[in-house]
Design a protein around this ligand. Structure first.
Ligand SMILES: O=P(O)(O)OC[C@H]1O[C@H](O[C@H]2O[C@H](CO)[C@@H](O)[C@H](O)[C@H]2O)[C@H](O)[C@@H](O)[C@@H]1O
Length: 407
């Protein structure tokens, strides 16, 4: 067990070195002189300690058995931070780069806006986080890109001034003008319950019957594996193993592999104690980010600056998309060193909350600097509603100030 672990850690370390040499600076000059300490017990201990903190039982449910952070690497957090500086500590430099650019904010949900908890149905975000997201969306176009079904992630966030992409970007409710972008065969213009017209971009529709089949077979075949949980995310499926005992994990993995083996058009990736099953097509969170930028009419603008914040493997596609654009800030949420293409980091959702509020204050101050009346950039928000925001301020209820854009 230990032998395998150290081999894995070493390959992780090599992978990290590759990522490190690939990673490029987007304007902030950073030191690349990372001193790796010898891979002795000190590093190992620090990794284990942080991971076990993540594994702590929450909400009185049994402790999670399997390794969560598959990407953790063998460097002390402070060394890793040199490579992926805190977006809070470098905030001023970041905003210096962002000045005069059109910022678009992209946020993952689980592990980014809400803490990772034992029960996926109870991954609520705090009301402070909801306020911060609502405020940030008043200042900059903002989209949530989640692995969950779009409807489910809306139920958690409950904001009408953000765009939603569910199923790892396979289900996007985009602004109306997006009819001019992307493949029209995947787009439908629909009128939602609230009378608003939106475009649904759903490139994986043809896989729905197969997804239903997989859901049925997986649910049946994992029924006898204690703690296994199958989640329907509409265009993809999650097979959770957070509560599966160590001794049953291989069995679950075998079942998932053998079921999906029968469906050649699907692929499996691993998230945080979850197998994520989705159609094997050229679409991911990175492509969803680019699609949303296009539909906002910003895809080709040279002054657009996307910011993506996410914590998990599928978010790496979005980090890569930002890297390929050559403009933008990719921010990984992690309290342990891990392999990532993200340039910056935040430790946890609490720091994400702080970062979002700082962006709001920065926007407000930079508008006041120009002695202009502060105005939000999101057309779905009433002007001036972000005024006087201080960290921790209780906000008034602006429910009816937003034009709903969701179905
Ligand atoms: O893209 P995301 O919004 O980050 O969604 C990724 C997966 O998130 C959820 O699972 C994870 O969070 C749960 C709640 O904290 C946790 O219990 C689980 O172990 C994590 O894997 C969601 O339930 C999955 O469907 C998403 O794929």
């Amino acid at each position: 067990m230990h032998r395998r672990q150290s081999h894995d850690e070493y390959s992780s370390y090599l992978k990290y070195k590759n990522v490190a040499s690939m990673s490029h600076s987007l304007g902030v000059i950073r030191s690349f002189s990372i001193e790796f300490f010898s891979q002795g017990s000190r590093n190992f201990k620090s990794r284990v300690e942080v991971n076990s903190a993540l594994d702590r039982p929450e909400m009185g449910l049994p402790q999670s058995p399997a390794v969560e952070n598959q990407d953790s690497i063998l460097v002390p957090y402070n060394s890793w931070l040199l490579k992926h500086p805190s977006a809070l500590d470098t905030f001023k430099q970041l905003m210096r780069i962002a000045k005069g650019k059109r910022i678009v904010v992209f946020l993952d949900y689980d592990g980014t806006l809400s803490n990772i908890v034992d029960n996926p149905e109870k991954a609520f975000m705090t009301k402070e986080m909801r306020m911060a997201v609502r405020e940030v969306a008043c200042c900059f176009p903002t989209a949530i890109i989640s692995g969950r079904g779009r409807g489910k992630v809306y139920d958690f966030i409950e904001l009408d001034n953000v765009y939603y992409a569910g199923s790892h970007g396979l289900d996007i409710a985009a602004p109306l003008q997006s009819m001019n972008y992307g493949d029209p065969k995947h787009q439908t213009s629909v009128v939602g319950k609230k009378g608003n017209e939106v475009v649904l971009f759903q490139p994986a529709k043809k896989y729905l019957p197969a997804i239903q089949k997989i859901l049925g077979v997986l649910t049946e075949k994992t029924r006898s594996i204690r703690g296994a949980m199958i989640e329907n995310n509409k265009f993809c499926i999650s097979a959770h193993y957070r509560h599966v005992r160590d001794e049953d994990f291989c069995n679950l993995e075998k079942v998932v592999n053998s079921v999906i083996g029968e469906f050649k058009e699907f692929r499996i990736s691993k998230g945080k104690k979850v197998f994520e099953i989705r159609p094997d097509m050229e679409w991911d969170k990175g492509r969803a980010l680019n699609y949303l930028l296009d539909t906002l009419g910003l895809g080709a603008s040279s002054d657009v600056l996307p910011i993506y914040i996410g914590d998990d493997r599928t978010d790496e596609d979005a980090f890569e998309a930002i890297r390929n654009r050559g403009e933008g800030f990719s921010i990984v949420v992690s309290s342990t060193p891990k392999d990532t293409l993200a340039l910056y980091s935040l430790r946890n959702p609490l720091e994400v909350n702080k970062f979002l509020l700082r962006m709001v204050r920065w926007k407000k101050n930079s508008s006041l600097d120009k002695s202009a009346k502060y105005r939000g950039e999101n057309k779905n928000c009433r002007m001036g509603q972000c005024l006087n925001l201080e960290e921790g301020t209780q906000m008034m209820d602006w429910k009816d100030a937003h034009k709903p854009i969701l179905l």
